[in-house]
Design a protein around this ligand. Structure first.
Ligand code: NAI
Ligand code: MG
Length: 354
C-alpha cells in the first residue's frame, strides 16, 4: 500500500489510504465477477440474495411504517426452491448488484416473472410470501418507507432484472439471447452480438432568473407537486443542447450559464440517468409560454415560497386531506429535491452576505 493516496489526496493519512484501497479492491472484485462466469458462480455460493416477484421486491414491515429488505443466504434460497420443487440451477438466473467491503457478493433474483420466453414458471406469490414472512411490494409504492441505501440497491436490482426480462431475444437474429453469470450483458449465441443494460439520459434543469426559480408540473403529478424541467436527450445531442431544447420546448425560454451539478439513476418508469443542471434565463426574457402537450402548468416561484415548501413534511398525507393544496416539492429521494434545496441554500447565503 502506498503511503500517499496519489492524485486524489496528497495527505499522509493511514485512514485515507485504507479507505481508497478498500474501494479499489471492491471495484476490481466486482469487475472480475462481471468478466469471469466461473468466479461469479463461486461468489454465488457465499453470496446473499435479494428476492423479487414480477419486479416487486421482498420487504418486511418494521416499526414506524418502515420496511426492511430481507436477504437470503445460498442455503436459505436452496431450501426455498426445494419447497417449491425447483432446481437450485435457478439461482443462476440471478444478477449481480454489488458486494460488501468484505467481498460478500449481492445478487437479485426474480422468481415471479411472467414472460412467455422464460423456461421457468413464476412461483406462487402468496405462498412464497407466507414462507418468507414478508410481502412483495411494488417499488414505487414502498420507496418512501425504505432507507436511502436500500432504495438505491433495489433501484439497481429492479432496473437490471427488468432489462433482462425485456431483452430476451436478439433484435438481429430473433434467437434467444443468453445472460452471462453476473447479468452484466446478454449474448446472441448465433451471431455473437453482445447486448449491455442501458439507461436513457435525461436532463433535468433548474432555471432561475436571479431571484426566482422556474418549476413545472405534468397532469400526472400528485396535486400541488411542482418539479424542475426534465426531458429525455435526443439521439446525437450533447447535454447542453438537450437542456436548451427541453427548456425551449416546454416553457418557451432560452437559457444560458449552464452548470452541471449532479446525477442520479432513476428507475421510473424505466432506467434513466438523470443529469442535473442549473441555468439562467437570458436577461429580460422571463415570460413563460407553457407547452400544453407536455406540461399542465409552469410558473416562477420566489425564494420564500420554495423555502416554505421545502420545510413541509408529510407529502402524501397532506395531499389527500385537502382540496386547496399548497406548493409541494419532489421527495428527498429525487435529484430534483436536491437541486431545489441547493438553490434555496445558495440564495439564502447570498442574501445574508449582501
Ligand atoms: N428523479 C427526479 O428528480 C425526476 C425524474 N424525472 C424523470 O425524468 C423522466 C423524463 O421526464 P419527462 O418530462 O417525462 O420527459 P420529456 O419531457 O422528454 O417527455 C416525455 C416524452 O418524451 C418522449 N420520449 C423521448 N425519448 C424517450 C425515452 N427514451 N423514454 C421515454 N419517453 C421518451 C415520449 O414521447 C414521452 O412521452 C421521467 O421518466 C421522470 O420519471 C422527472 C422529474 C424529476
Ligand atoms: Mg418534460
Amino acid at each position: 500500500m502506498s503511503l500517499y493516496c496519489g492524485a486524489v489526496c496528497r495527505r499522509k493519512s493511514f485512514w485515507c489510504c485504507r479507505l481508497l484501497s478498500t474501494y479499489v479492491t471492491k471495484t476490481r472484485y466486482l469487475f472480475e465477477l462481471k468478466e469471469d462466469d466461473e468466479a461469479c458462480r463461486k461468489a454465488q455460493q457465499t453470496g446473499v440474495f435479494y428476492l423479487f416477484h414480477d419486479l416487486a421486491p421482498l420487504l418486511r414491515q418494521a416499526s414506524g411504517h418502515r420496511y426492511l429488505v430481507p436477504r437470503l443466504s445460498r442455503a436459505e434460497l436452496e431450501g426455498l426452491l426445494g419447497k417449491f420443487r425447483q432446481d437450485s440451477q435457478r439461482i443462476e438466473d440471478s444478477v449481480l448488484i454489488g458486494c460488501s467491503n468484505q467481498h460478500e457478493a449481492w445478487f437479485a433474483l426474480d422468481l415471479g416473472l411472467k414472460s412467455t420466453s422464460s423456461i421457468h414458471a413464476p412461483l406462487p406469490k402468496s405462498e412464497m410470501e407466507a414462507e418468507l414472512r414478508g410481502s412483495f411490494i411494488a417499488l414505487r409504492q414502498a420507496v418512501f418507507q425504505l432507507n436511502l441505501m436500500d432504495s438505491s440497491l433495489l433501484f439497481t436490482a429492479q432496473a437490471l432484472l427488468r432489462w433482462h426480462d425485456s431483452h430476451q431475444f436478439c433484435s438481429r437474429s430473433g434467437q434467444p439471447t443468453k445472460k452471462n453469470m453476473a447479468g452484466s450483458k446478454r449474448v446472441c449465441p448465433s451471431n455473437k452480438i453482445i447486448y449491455y443494460p442501458q439507461m436513457a439520459p435525461v436532463v433535468i434543469t433548474l432555471v432561475t432568473d436571479g431571484a426566482r426559480c422556474l418549476l413545472a408540473r405534468q397532469s400526472s403529478f400528485p396535486k400541488g407537486l411542482y418539479s424542475a424541467l426534465a426531458g429525455f436527450c435526443d439521439i446525437g445531442e450533447s447535454v447542453e443542447e438537450a437542456v436548451q431544447r427541453e427548456v425551449a420546448e416546454e416553457v418557451g425560454l432560452e437559457v444560458e450559464n449552464l452548470r452541471y451539478s449532479a446525477s442520479q439513476h432513476w428507475p421510473f418508469p424505466n432506467s434513466s440517468l438523470m443529469i442535473a443542471c442549473h441555468a439562467t434565463v437570458k436577461p429580460g426574457q422571463t415570460e413563460i409560454q407553457v407547452n400544453r402537450r407536455e406540461l399542465e402548468a409552469a410558473a416562477w416561484f420566489s425564494l420564500d415560497e420554495v423555502a416554505t415548501a421545502l420545510k413541509r413534511k408529510g407529502f402524501f398525507s397532506q395531499q389527500q386531506q385537502s382540496d386547496t393544496v399548497p406548493l409541494m416539492l419532489p421527495p428527498k429521494l429525487a435529484i430534483a429535491h436536491h437541486m431545489i434545496k441547493s438553490w434555496v441554500e445558495t440564495q439564502t447565503c447570498s442574501s445574508l452576505a449582501a
